[in-house]
Write a protein that binds this ligand. Structure first.
Ligand code: ADP
Length: 549
């Protein structure tokens, strides 16, 4: 019987089965390429050997503080070397990294510190004031306070405030670089905790495993066709889904982490030019900022630059703009619960012959399942059956495989609901084209229903971005007595550009069916999250008397 043929004497054991953890990536980079540059920050450079040693010193110091396996170590850091080190050193101590979103307010931070039961908190001086306020909230509640470790980055310019007695560099200084790594006992052990922004209710803590982080670290490199030793610029915050797992990818490829404190056009172009950056990731709004930056900033960049855009829908006009600038763009879709990107708009050779506009249109689709995820499908959430691949029928994007969160910390109900039926439910509504590519129409809560017709806010925004005066646009539902809802456009104009509401409406009429044309246009600066996502819930608050959606 063939089933018995392989049943005996072929067992799993330490010789042929090991836990998968991204700690392996840095161990290997330090062994194979000890002298290659791992980190650049201003004038500072460190090799993989030095970085590996510093991570072990961090682990050793945390252990001395009494950190136990599976306890939380929170960090409030910009994209600086300690943030890279946190992605390995904390895991080496067997602990769990909780990278806090640096744009959060004191109340939200206090919630996250308490909910995660953080024992240690590593803070950059830039965020000392907001952390002091968060700690005060915890103190007033008699909640347990984390031990604070301060990072005083020489590149930080701004007010400083002492929070505690431990300085990060001193903390590492006398530590043991021979530290024996606390490898996970099981690859399902937690490695990171990431709070989603929680636009309604409390934020949810998404838990990642060593296995998921390992898998996604490799998947990123495969999907991007990365060569060894990429030069990766940290534009995307590392607190956002652990920078889509790129700290681990860069280690796996023995690349260079070019650190960056400020997400502004000038330092980004300078870093690309001076360090010959090969790769970076960024939200559409950041890419837009680069497209619209003065030409003089972009001079002297002649090498190949690859960029991954995701985190919000990139308007086709933005993809065109990137191509014109000469950067190679790869569009990805994802969310915190699936460790960042999961759909990739894989580019086909045949597209190369198309017009720039047609190519941008194809690239603006969110794409197909990435290499190391098992499956992504657009399902009817009631029947859990796939929608027809007709480019029209809307369903919900669902994901399953090795790169899906373990669940939400201390929230079994939300976890069960999110993973119901053996799929992770994304809450994003999409269609599937005959070639299998998916396109997002909206987040379930963002879709506008006018006179019974669905209007994709993304489609209307796409049309708005085609207007030459528009820098950023967001469309939300405005309650309407007759139609139920109508599309309302909030618009931020490019500096020095002018347009009236009527101009914008006339422009949209040329591109959209009548019922999709915004009825109201409001010019204002758009509220954005740390990751460059426009905060539509704040815009909806504009309609004070509207029922909450
Ligand atoms: P949140 O914004 O809830 O904190 P995430 O940062 O994980 O959480 O954002 C994930 C959401 O961002 C997705 O559910 C989706 O709505 C949107 N998104 C991400 N990438 C894309 C993309 N390429 N195109 C359209 N929408 C995207």
């Amino acid at each position: 019987m063939s089933r018995e043929l392989y049943a005996k004497g072929l067992d799993r054991g330490p010789a042929n089965f090991a836990v998968q953890s991204p700690i392996q990536f840095i161990e290997r980079a330090a062994t194979a390429y000890p002298n290659k540059v791992a980190v650049i920050h201003g004038e500072l450079t460190r090799s993989w050997s030095q970085t590996y040693q510093r991570c072990k010193m961090l682990a050793s110091a945390l252990q001395k503080l009494g950190i136990q396996r599976s306890e939380t170590v929170a960090v409030m850091l910009p994209n600086t070397p300690p943030m890279v080190e946190a992605h390995f050193g904390i895991a080496m101590a067997g602990a769990v990294l909780c990278a806090l979103n640096t744009r959060q307010d004191a109340r939200a931070l206090a919630y996250m510190l308490e909910h995660s039961e953080a024992k240690v908190l590593i803070v950059d001086q830039e965020f000392a004031a907001v952390i002091a306020a968060a700690l005060l909230i915890l103190k007033e509640k008699n909640a347990e306070l984390p031990i604070v470790i301060e990072v005083d980055d020489p590149l930080y310019v701004g007010p400083r405030q002492r929070l505690g007695k431990i300085d990060y560099e001193a903390f590492l200084e006398s530590e043991n670089a021979q530290f024996s790594i606390m490898w996970p006992e099981d690859e399902w052990d937690p490695i990171c905790l990431n709070y989603t922004s929680g636009t309604t209710g409390n934020p949810k803590g998404v838990v990642y495993s060593h296995r998921g982080a390992y898998t996604n670290g490799i998947s990123n490199a495969l999907e991007w066709g990365m060569q060894r030793h990429p030069i990766y610029l940290w534009v995307l915050p590392m607190f956002h889904c652990n920078g889509w797992c790129f700290p681990w990818t860069v280690a796996a490829m023995a690349g260079v982490n070019v650190c960056l404190r400020r997400i502004e056009a000038q330092p980004i172009f300078d870093a690309i030019r001076n360090h010959q950056v090969t790769h970076y990731c960024g939200a559409p709004i950041v890419q837009n900022m680069l497209i619209n930056a003065p030409q003089s900033m972009k001079l002297g960049i002649h090498h190949r630059v690859q960029t991954m855009v995701g985190g919000a829908a990139p308007p086709a006009a933005m993809i065109e703009g990137m191509e014109k600038m000469g950067f190679e763009i790869l569009h990805a879709y994802g969310l915190t619960e699936v460790y960042g990107p999961v759909l990739i708009s894989v580019q086909q050779d045949e597209w190369a012959g198309l017009s720039l506009e047609a190519r941008a249109e194809l690239n603006s689709r969110q794409g197909i399942c990435k290499q190391l995820e098992q499956a992504v499908a657009v399902l009817d959430p009631e029947s859990m059956q796939p929608v027809p691949a007709d480019g029209e029928t809307i369903g919900e994007i669902m994901i399953r495989g090795n790169v899906v969160m373990r669940g939400y910390l201390k929230n079994p109900e939300a976890t069960a609901a999110a993973l119901k039926g053996g799929w992770f439910h994304s809450g994003d509504l999409a269609v599937v084209y005959p070639d299998g590519y998916m396109k997002i129409k909206d987040r379930s809560k963002d879709i506008i229903i006018s006179g019974g017709e669905n209007i994709s806010s993304i489609e209307v925004e796409d049309a708005l971005y085609r207007h030459p005066a528009v820098l950023a646009a967001a469309v939300v539902a405005k309650p309407d007595e007759r139609w139920g809802e109508t599309p309302c456009a909030f618009i931020e104009l490019k500096p020095g550009a002018a347009a009236t509401g009527d101009d914008i409406i006339a422009h949209c009429r040329g591109l959209l069916a009548g019922f999709k044309v915004p009825k109201t246009i409001i010019f204002q600066e758009l509220p954005k999250t740390a990751t460059g996502k426009i905060q539509k819930f704040e815009l909806r608050n504009h309609f004070q008397h509207s029922a909450p959606r």
